[in-house]
Ligand binder design. Structure first.
Ligand SMILES: *[C@@H]1O[C@H](CO)[C@@H](O)[C@H](O)[C@H]1NC(C)=O
Length: 263
């Protein structure tokens, strides 16, 4: 009787121990699965996605489709630095996006090239620039001055405001206000890119190049950014390229920037 009781008790106890253990095992397995899939996602997705995953974001977006009147053909300015050229272009587009009926302007990249000492965005924020009508891309001046090419009177300067690091909100920023500038690490073959999804990050030999991001999309499992450069409309797909979103190419997205038109 005592033995049976013990047996029964013992059995019950043993019975509940395996149950508990099973529960724990399943729980631990579940946790480790969640973790490994999280890690897999982190390895696959660019850094900015870690932080914007909670917001609702569509699978694809293209600023050129959302604001078709604000994107012109791209001038070939590859002899200039993209850090100078692209902010002027982006700010021009953002003026149009904000108020298309009032602003159809093309801000001077050359003025930034000749005058800026700390990059296009800072110059646009502190000094502002004139339009290309006054300060055209070519012929290239060699000195910074405030006069229009034909010595016409001083023209209005257009400024940027609210310069900000948009590293973790590239997509939200694009959808709300237009293109952003961001550095990507790219292989040398990017210079001769013609079409398709570019995926050569160049490994140790990759060079960092600032591009203008106008959107994103995916082809099958491959997500990509839609970007343009300072190489003009004859390069790539009418001046644009699809660049695969991978951690190694996107490492430098850490320094994505945008600013608003100052009106
Ligand atoms: C921009 O923000 C990202 C994310 O916070 C950061 O890692 C990066 O260093 C910032 N860049 C600069 C130039 O401050």
């Amino acid at each position: 009787m005592l033995y049976q009781n013990t047996q029964t008790k013992g059995f019950n106890a043993r019975g509940s121990t395996p149950k508990l253990t099973k529960c724990l095992l399943i729980l631990m397995l579940a946790i480790s699965l969640v973790h490994s899939s999280e890690i897999a996602t982190l390895l696959k997705t660019p850094r900015d996605e870690k932080f914007s995953s909670e917001a609702f974001l569509p699978d694809k977006f293209d600023a050129r489709e959302k604001w078709p009147n604000c994107f012109d053909s791209l001038p070939d300015l590859k002899t200039y630095s993209s850090n100078d050229v692209l902010p002027a272009q982006i700010l021009s587009e953002r003026f149009c996006i904000m108020d298309p009926s009032s602003y159809n302007i093309h801000l001077s990249s050359q003025q930034i090239v000749e005058c800026a000492t700390e990059g296009g965005w800072k110059y646009l924020s502190k000094n502002g620039v004139m339009t290309k009508g006054c300060y055209p891309d070519f012929p290239r001046k060699t000195v910074c001055d405030d006069k229009c090419l034909d010595n016409k009177a001083f023209e209005t300067r257009y400024f940027a405001k609210g310069l900000r690091n948009v590293t973790y909100s590239i997509r939200e920023e694009l959808m709300a206000k237009g293109p952003v500038s961001a550095p990507l690490k790219l292989g040398a073959s990017f210079k001769s890119y013609t079409d398709g999804i570019f995926s050569d990050c160049g490994g140790a030999r990759g060079t960092v190049e600032t591009v203008k991001i106008v959107g994103w999309n995916r082809e099958g499992d491959v997500p990509y950014w839609i970007v343009s450069t300072n190489r003009g409309s004859d390069w790539g797909e009418n001046g644009y390229a699809k660049v695969q979103q991978t951690v190694s190419c996107s490492l430098f997205l850490e320094d994505a920037y945008a600013a608003d038109p100052k009106i």
